[in-house]
Design a protein around this ligand. Sequence first.
Ligand code: PLP
Length: 361
Amino acid sequence: MGRIYNFSAGPAVLPEEVLKEAAEEMLDYKGTGMSVMEMSHRSKAFEEIIQEAEKDLRELMNIPDNYKVLFVQGGASQQFAAVPMNLMKNKVADYIVTGQWAKKAYLEACLYGKANIIASSADKTFSYIPDCSDLPVSEDADYVYICENNTIYGTKFKTLPNTKGKPLVADVSSCILSEPVDVTKYGVMFAGAQKNIGPAGVVIVIIREDLITEDTLPGTPTMLKYKIHADNNSLYNTPPAYGIYICGKVFKWVKKMGGLEVMKKRNEEKAKILYDFLDESKLFKGTVAKEDRSLMNVPFITGSDELDAKFIKEAKAAGFENLKGHRTVGGMRASIYNAMPIDGVKALVEFMKKFEDENLS
Ligand code: PLP
């Protein structure tokens, strides 16, 4: 069997040339006679890999010098605790809850201090982004938290909230590198790599230097202290070395493709193909407010659980994998991250048209 079109929300599709290159280097990385998987993280070869990965990411995202880039572990979920443990000096933080990942982060913060929900879209099953232009930001809030792209529900903040001067903390797991961003608008951004970058096991934290302090909450584990990772250039302990190496290759691929402006155009083009079809279809429909639609995760339904199941089964047989919606919401979801080719989206829409013709009664 050849490669299928993989619409998984994560771990997700990687650029084919990255996988091929990694395969070629598997037994002998650049004359070292070993795989990066077998290499000491203190070796010169690995030092070059991690330094170059950081350099390329900084270039791609235009990350200013007063921000640190950390490669850490523990999944994006670990950051739900690391953020309050490092940032909750006043033990107060404001959360905007636009889906399950933001809710999980909020619940985690409740373990460490007073976390307030200052806006939410739970009233309409997270199908929109609330107006965040004038929020009741707490005077003593240490930060305001968002999940910028809601992987499960398929919504995205098109405008960042007005945090009234408080640092913005954003979970960008499912939108990092999908379009240019102004890093200076954020205090902290973090992302699990397994969506738009690739290998699960790596988490990228981009944090403004003044937010990195010794003054963490009592009991903060050493491994969760941003300062430890910053002071040690992400080499305090053994990092997820092979994953970082693949991240570096993906950064090079994004650069070669033309950078984030080009990624944005490509992603808009892909998403438009799918959303235009959903808007016209007599069988399928999108589930979220049009103005808040994500470029990365596109949920849709037929309105019938039976037809949804039939579609997912037939799509799989035709080579379109992982189209089942998140287990908590059902329906379908096509995740169309950077590495999904336009042809994959076109082929999916053709398949959906055919399914519609065959199943419209
Ligand atoms: N945040 C977002 C936006 C996600 O989509 C996910 C996972 O899908 C997570 C956090 C959790 O990531 P992890 O499994 O790396 O902890």
